[in-house]
Design a protein around this ligand. Sequence first.
Ligand code: NAP
Length: 253
Amino acid sequence: MSATLFDLKGKTAIVTGCNTGLGQGMALGLAEAGCNIVAVNRRAPEDTQRHVEALGVGFLSIEADLGSTAPIEDILVRTQETFGHADILVNNAGTIRRADSLEFTEKDWDEVMDVNLKSLFFLSQAFARRCIDKQRRGKIINIASMLSFQGGIRVPSYTASKSGVLGLTRLMANEWAPKGINVNAIAPGYMATNNTEALRNDPERSEEILKRIPAGRWGESEDLAGAAVFLASSASDYVHGHALAVDGGWLAR
Ligand code: NAP
């Protein structure tokens, strides 16, 4: 297979929540394939910026809190002003709250759903409208989870949001595939980031999880780079509504 299938030179990707963790791993993978990066974060992603710029591609930082849909228009406008157009959108920003379902609060419900599901949908909508207006292809990559497929424990709003991400990925793919937009998801397994710090610090849960991963290790942020480049590139032009698990074999078990 030709390497040019995965070439992203001259393309621009908006990546949300890429100051750390999986978003950073995917932003660096896309940049290595030649892609300019629009980094959307609550605070300046200095480490990501340094690494992306060292690869010789363009970098734009936009500070935005995706707990609200208010910044979405501005993200698209500023991307257009700097790079002309966004070809790729990676909806990675996500948050989690842990508590027993009997105690779970409405605040913890809303805060998770607003970032993980509502902003993901409306940012995708704003991105897709522009692709369609300009008659350009687009690639949307949503970050799902093992809890798009399984129930989980003590994370009701997270499970609801990530199950919703899988449903929305399929819905948007159905509506936008005929318009030249690929909508797919990556479903990471158990990855060593801030999101799983509480789990990894709990010796009992941590051992239970590790024993169940066929690959025998927690995933690392770099493990998502290949899947992100594939779903962002022309190599995946006929892939629509798919959730690609990058999970060390967790779902196969
Ligand atoms: P992480 O290190 O906590 O990263 C989450 C990212 O989302 C951070 O950049 C965070 O910014 C950003 N974010 C959270 N709330 C935001 C808001 N209101 N506005 C803008 N940005 C916001 O965890 P991660 O594991 O890399 O998570 C990345 C994605 O992967 C999430 O969607 C998560 O649900 C998903 N995921 C993770 C795992 C795993 O095992 N780690 C597994 C499956 C799916 P701040 O730094 O400012 O908080």
